[in-house]
Design a protein around this ligand. Sequence first.
Ligand code: IPE
Ligand code: IPE
Ligand code: MG
Length: 252
Amino acid sequence: MAYPESTDSTSALPRHIAIVMDGNGRWAQQRALPRTAGHRQGAKAVRRVVQACSERGIEALTLFAFSSENWRRPQWEVDVLMKLFAATLRSEIDRLDKANVRLRFIGDQRAFSTALQNYIVKAEQRTVGNTGLALVIAANYGGRWDVVQAAQRAAADVAAGRLQPADLTLESFQRYLCLADLPEPDLFIRTGGEQRISNFLLWQLAYTELYFTERLWPDYDAADLAEACAAFASRQRRFGQTGEQVAGAAHA
Ligand code: IPE
Ligand code: IPE
Ligand code: MG
């Protein structure tokens, strides 16, 4: 892999934004509400941000909804989150389809109930022909899992004689990873003040601009997104080159 094929160093608008939607629990705690109230409010922020991305002409938005580590939470919270996913999917799918959004899920869905798996398949099939924003929901997703599932599929191709081990390169391996068909994320946003990746996209974030904000996810809105995009536009992406090289290429 040479450069991420997504964006040249002078592009002001990120083509692909990836967000760790964090801070739902603290938002609720600050109001003496149960954590679940924060998750419900967080679902509303998803709607706002999807709309804002569509309006800004962002090509792809990947949202971290549930990590492979979130199963460690109390069972009641996991149950509420699963119910909220199903309910949100049901209530939003018409709106998303009308807005020309192409919806997709990444992560190991086998852990979900059959009903939820069916909703997911239906929602993906219904919007597969849409040409607007590509909206990716990472649910039971982990960056390490992603690399391992890619390695498993590559190994299966080698075992079947479809791939020679020597042909496994950075480019060809990448095709087995989630999001292989989308530009790599240009901008990573994490709300809620923590400055960590928490096993979100690991491979794919290699050259992504990282942006952290104290804002709690249930409060996040179009103005916050505009601020993150402005910060992105002010950065110089060098991809290993010198600042002078990048500036020279931009003026050539
Ligand atoms: C993010 O908010 C939502 C999920 C991880 C599902 P949190 O629930 O992690 O909120 P905090 O970090 O406890 O405030
Ligand atoms: C990351 O948030 C996962 C999602 C937003 C879905 P967490 O709140 O689970 O992350 P940690 O545990 O603080 O690292
Ligand atoms: Mg959290």
